[in-house]
Design a protein. Sequence first.
Length: 172
Amino acid sequence: MINMRVFLTLFSVLILTGYAAAQQSKIEVGEQAPEITLSKPDGSSFSLSSLKGKVVLIDFWATWCAPCVGEQPELKTLYNIFSDQVKENQFEILGVSLDKNKESWQKAIDRFDINWIQVSDLKFWKSPVAKAYNIEELPFNVIIDGEGKILAKNLHGKELEEFLGMYFRKKK
């Protein structure tokens, strides 16, 4: 009987510990975005914190994700719409790939003529960044302000464009 009590106690502790860890890994609007430091396609290191002062759209995507691939032309259009803010160092997109094949990732960057920052550790779903941002499906994005606070999560298409437009209109 004692062994069963010990087992149940340990089991309960493990369950509660897992639940607490899961709760801590959620990212919410208003919270500080976790740091991202990953490699660019050329192998150089890049950190999200280097974009301090800018609104950043962090776009989590992968070449094996059809909706993600379909969204790249939309992001290109969005980047062009907000090109003045990009030039004025107010806005940037950071593409974070959950790919595991560098060649596929590089080909997609070239094919879509992606001219915003791209990073990856090529660890697929095992990327610590995927865990830090509690990513369960792609595409997924987070918008942060110049201080790294999360403004919004998972906006796409017109909703994303309207959010950014309203944000920059308020800043004028």
